[in-house]
Design a protein around this ligand. Structure first.
Ligand SMILES: Cc1ncc(COP(=O)(O)O)c(C=O)c1O
Length: 370
């Protein structure tokens, strides 16, 4: 027992040293004893939470930024990403992005100050950003890279899985796979160890639904909506306060499910659906947001630009009339809405077409050809 204690003590010392070398500015002493942590092949710590907002909260907390630190956040972002920053009292400023959802580096460079300590890079809808540019920027300015791959679990870039580029990376497979919760946090920064509970109600719900699993497996449909008319939140950008959830870990069914998934099959099906939406958008005169679909991506939705705000509303109605979840993204932060900047302009003309692994391609083709 004493030997065990000594070994653990020594390994903590090692961890502390490891902890200081690459960044040199973090003070929290990591303990691994209780945390559900494993090390990925490339040395990242992998942690499992229920949601990415939690992954972000826990990892940013571990960094212990000083009070003047500022984080760069893209102006086209869901305000739930800001919830962990707000909870930790972290300052942030928005940086500009263009219509291809890429950063405008000239304007970011003008924003640089000593207080900028991290930048969030979002792989929108599972399409990899130009990661090399972000990496270069971060290494030139000694800034941490926070890789937000909430939309694109399983996508890769030059053969390497997204989530393995940033100092911290999050993904939310629960958004694109039929599981109730699940976020992976990959981090080079060791975390304090704790045990967190599972999300209780969801687990009970799963227990009942497992009984019908073979039925669900065979159910192929187009997303059928229960709502019959376009909700107000899609008609104009409305600020909705999104709060943090309690800290829950990923439930083990979700983890098991994700470990057994054939990502190549998922990618193929999602690409097929993406291509069908692409055909339809061409017919309707909509412009794809991404000039070409990255072969290695697993897209969460098909995003397109309408020529005007009104046309985007018509397309939403087109979807709702057919029970298809055509929607807007994201719930923008209040500051972005009131600024009326590019984030709002993009929001107004962008429409998101659903991609769901259970979609029946033939039904979808029929709807599109009508
Ligand atoms: C880009 C992005 N990052 C992070 C999140 C947070 O993910 P989660 O809902 O798993 O907390 C969202 C949620 O919509 C998102 O769109």
């Amino acid at each position: 027992m004493v030997a065990g204690k000594i070994t653990r003590y020594l390994s903590n010392i090692n961890n502390i040293r490891e902890y200081y070398t690459p960044y040199g500015r973090y003070s929290r002493v990591p303990f691994y004893k209780y945390f559900d942590r494993e090390t990925a092949d490339d040395g990242y710590g992998v942690y499992r939470f229920s949601h990415s907002r939690t992954s972000l909260l826990v990892s940013l907390d571990a960094i212990q930024f000083d009070e003047n630190s500022v984080i760069l956040v893209p102006e086209f972002i869901c305000n739930v990403v800001l919830a962990p920053l707000r909870q930790l009292g972290l300052k942030y400023v928005f940086y500009e992005i263009n219509d291809q959802l890429e950063p405008i580096w000239e304007s970011i460079n003008k924003m640089l100050t000593f207080n900028i300590k991290a930048i969030i890079m979002v792989h929108y809808f599972g399409q990899p950003q130009n990661i090399d540019q972000y990496l270069e920027f971060c290494s030139n300015h000694n800034i941490l890279l926070i890789e937000d791959n909430a939309h694109g679990y399983g996508s890769s870039y030059n053969g390497k899985l997204l989530g393995h580029f940033g100092d911290i990376a999050i993904s939310s497979p629960w958004k694109t796979f039929p599981i109730y919760n699940g976020s992976y946090l990959y981090t080079k920064i060791p975390l304090e160890s704790r045990k967190y509970p599972h999300q209780p109600l969801k687990i009970i719900k799963r227990y009942f639904e497992n009984a019908f699993i073979s039925f669900w497996d065979n159910l192929e449909s187009i997303n059928v909506l229960s709502r019959k008319s376009v909700p107000d939140i899609y008609k104009k950008p409305i600020y909705i306060q999104e709060d943090m959830l309690p800290i829950w870990c990923m439930d083990k069914y979700s983890d098991l499910f994700l470990n057994s998934v054939d990502l190549n099959l998922v990618r193929k099906k999602r690409h097929d659906i993406y291509c069908l939406w692409n055909l339809m958008c061409k017919k309707k005169g909509l412009e794809p947001v991404f000039k070409c679909l990255n072969e290695e991506s697993i897209p969460s939705i098909y995003p397109a630009f309408a020529s005007s705000y009104n046309q985007s509303l018509e397309i939403l109605k087109w979807g709702y009339d057919r029970g298809i979840d055509v929607h807007k993204w994201p719930n923008l932060p209040e500051k972005i809405i009131s600024s009326g900047g590019n984030g709002v302009k993009i929001w107004k003309k962008m429409i998101c077409f659903p991609i769901n692994i259970n979609m029946n391609l033939k039904n979808l083709r029929d709807i599109i050809n009508k």
